[in-house]
Ligand binder design. Sequence first.
Ligand SMILES: [Ca+2]
Ligand SMILES: [Ca+2]
Length: 199
Amino acid sequence: MRNQIFRLMLLSILTSTYLGCSSDSDSENCETITCLNGGTFVGCECECPQGYTGNNCSNQITPIKVIINKAIVKVFPNTDNGEFWDAAIPDAEAALPDVYITLQDSDLNVIYDSPTFYENAISGEGTFFEFTLTPSLELTTYENPFLVNIWDYDTTSEDDFMTSFGFFAYTSNNNFPDVITVVSQSEEILVDLEVTYEW
Ligand SMILES: [Ca+2]
Ligand SMILES: [Ca+2]
């Protein structure tokens, strides 16, 4: 009886060892793939990080949402063709623009209008003007560009439109940047949009 138990144990050890060897030789036989975009090679295939797919993680998964959380205005035109934005105000400092932003979709619907502005703002002195979007703005279509507009808030007349430029929320090879930079030298605009993604 003892003998038989011992044999059974031996058999089970040999069996598990044999199975272990067999699975080892399987992984040795599989072709190593270089996983892109931070993917890891596990069990003969790439495990891709969020947002990527394909056997080597080279394909982006189109997000359900691109979410704009913050806009940071870095460059805008300090003058309106050489005139102060608030030229009617004799005091030179108060004649500076009172900056806020709006965002529009490609049908020119206003999809964001900042409730706050920065009084007498100056571009190019290392000061950036941050607008935290509350709630965050969720973009779900990517074929058409969106627009960032910069305005001068005026109390006694219509607000002055200062500048604007277009951007795409998402492209299929953009590697999901944390910041979409909206920039044009000719339009004197630089706005960083801080974004997150949902898949
Ligand atoms: Ca003005
Ligand atoms: Ca002003």
